[in-house]
Design a protein around this ligand. Structure first.
Ligand code: B1M
Length: 213
């Protein structure tokens, strides 16, 4: 019975059916299925398939956004219970589009994929300067910094952030990952980041690998 509800939750996340996901998650809670299991085997399992399909170009941006919205309706029901039970997120990531850059569609997708994978996401928004990235590490305990850039004129700002993290003596406390259309792995190597990812779903794989989670 519980396995069947969880499977249905995952399937309806993949299909992006928000009202049905909400109904099923409520049913799972009422049936006393542990919330962590609803999260891992229902919502996250569904988003993992969405991420995989996106990587293979079987899904495009609209399908991912619709699936993420469905996942979020379920999350709204689970979040207060998870918090009350002290269930910890897998890890914490602060994500932002770099200084001077206002493109946020890709960055938002990256945030959604990380939320879907069980991370605590600190969304720093767009036009994020070094100080804000630093503060996410120092004051909010981010274990990873994720930087996005869409402009050739702003991608250089990623290096100033990496340098600022080094200057603050925090480089060994945080992993740095980067992405965005004009970026490459060699650029990531050049600026001293820990890794580059070409798409939102692979960014989660990269972070998992870097943190060993
Ligand atoms: Co802009 N824009 N734009 N724009 N815009 C581009 C990027 C451009 C390629 C268009 C072009 O000329 N052909 C060009 C950049 C040229 C260059 O630098 N080489 C450009 C320009 C020049 C500009 C302005 C300067 C235009 C002007 O005003 N003269 C201006 C800059 C404003 C600023 O930022 N300061 C500008 C403005 C805008 C809009 C506001 C109109 C709008 C943004 C709206 C918004 O984001 N809310 C916009 C848009 C929509 C685009 C295009 C059309 C689409 C970008 C997008 O959202 N793609 C773009 C042209 C294009 O790509 N066809 C263009 C979809 C998105 C899902 O992909 O962001 O690449 P993307 O994210 C991917 C991956 O890159 C990766 O995952 C995502 C999905 O898997 N990824 C990460 C992204 N971040 C990651 C981080 C990670 C890992 C993976 O780890 C942390």
């Amino acid at each position: 019975m519980s396995a069947e509800i969880l499977k249905q939750i995952a399937e309806h996340v993949i299909k992006g059916k928000a009202p049905i996901v909400k109904e099923l998650v409520q049913k799972a809670i009422d049936t006393q299925i542990p919330v962590k299991q609803i999260l891992d085997e229902g919502l996250i399992a569904g988003m993992a398939v969405v991420g995989d399909k996106f990587k293979k170009n079987e899904f495009y941006v609209p399908e991912v956004l619709i699936a993420a919205r469905a996942m979020n309706t379920g999350m709204t029901l689970l979040k207060p219970i998870l918090k009350a039970q002290g269930v910890k997120a897998k890890a914490s990531i602060a994500i932002g589009t770099v200084k001077g850059d206002l493109h946020d569609i890709g960055k938002n997708l990256v945030c959604m994929m990380f939320e879907g994978a069980g991370y605590q996401v600190i969304d720093l928004g767009v036009n994020v300067d070094d100080a804000k990235f630093l503060s996410a590490v120092k004051d909010q305990g981010a274990q990873i910094i994720g930087m996005s850039a869409l402009l050739t004129t702003t991608m250089g700002n990623m290096k100033t952030t990496v340098d600022a993290i080094k200057a603050a003596g925090l480089r060994d406390k945080v992993k740095v990952i980067v992405g965005g259309a004009p970026l490459t792995q060699s650029f990531s190597d050049e600026i001293g980041a820990d890794g580059y990812s070409p798409d939102a779903a692979s960014a989660v794989d990269l972070a998992n690998q870097l943190l060993g989670v």
